[in-house]
Design a protein around this ligand. Structure first.
Ligand code: ADE
Length: 231
């Protein structure tokens, strides 16, 4: 999979070199490219924002640098035919595991990270009309920009790429894959500070263990996220 990221703070994405995603890059599963939006600015001050037309607080990202940068990526000979552009935004569709799974099947994703009040609306209109563009929200709260949201989404998507996780079983059993929260996990020692591992897990009875874990998943989901059970 190829992922392009456009941001005025490319250093945010240095952390993608660490751990799992660094490994994915090294193994050639992920071709990650970070672009500085200011490189596409049209003046010597590398300006990317301006005051809102019609008045109001904050600054709006100018359309020209975004247009130049996105065109450059879309029209590059090594880009895929039909990349999906994602702009993280609290006004977008809410990201979840199902969306992560769908997005992990894309050939190329382009993450556009807005700052301030976000890009001029005409950027969204232009690229929705020309191809595929989605606004995606991490949840019902407001971040300062799209960088942290992009990092979270990229981690959730990239770990689903085939060959990324050593034991694919661990993906099947984790929270949200079956619409439930994951059951609690234990390791050795069997007793720690007087707290015992649930005896069924030491029984060697795999059917009983599977049944206990399922019950724990359902009980935890009912307690913490009843909205998921309703779905
Ligand atoms: N940018 C600012 N807030 C955001 C959110 N909640 N999700 C995604 N992008 C954002």
């Amino acid at each position: 999979m190829r992922i392009d990221i456009v941001s005025i703070f490319p250093a945010y994405f240095d952390t993608l070199e660490i751990s799992l995603l660094g490994k994915a890059k090294d193994r050639g599963l992920l071709d990650l490219r970070v672009h500085d939006l200011r490189d596409a600015a049209h003046d010597k001050h590398r300006t990317v924002d301006d005051t809102p037309t019609g008045g109001g607080a904050g600054m709006v990202m100018k359309p020209e640098p975004w247009g130049t940068m996105l065109d450059e990526i879309l029209e590059a000979p090594d880009s895929s035919d039909d990349p999906l552009i994602i702009f993280p935004s609290p006004a977008g569709e809410v990201f979840n595991q199902k969306m992560a799974r769908e997005l992990s099947g894309e050939q190329q994703l382009i993450f556009g990270c807005g700052r301030y009040e976000g890009p001029d609306q005409r950027i969204f209109d232009e690229y929705v009309e020309r191809g595929r563009l989605k606004l995606v929200s991490l949840g019902d709260y407001v971040l300062n920009g799209g960088e942290v949201a992009s990092l979270a989404m990229i981690e959730a998507i990239a770990r689903l790429l085939p060959g990324m996780v050593g034991n694919p079983e661990s993906l099947v059993e984790e929270s949200h894959e079956d619409g439930l929260l994951e059951y609690p996990s234990y390791t050795k020692p069997a007793v720690w500070r007087g707290r015992e591992v649930p005896p069924v897990l030491l029984s060697g009875n795999h059917a009983a263990i599977a049944k206990w874990r399922k019950e724990q998943s359902i009980e935890r989901t009912r307690r913490v996220r009843p909205d998921l059970l309703a779905e």
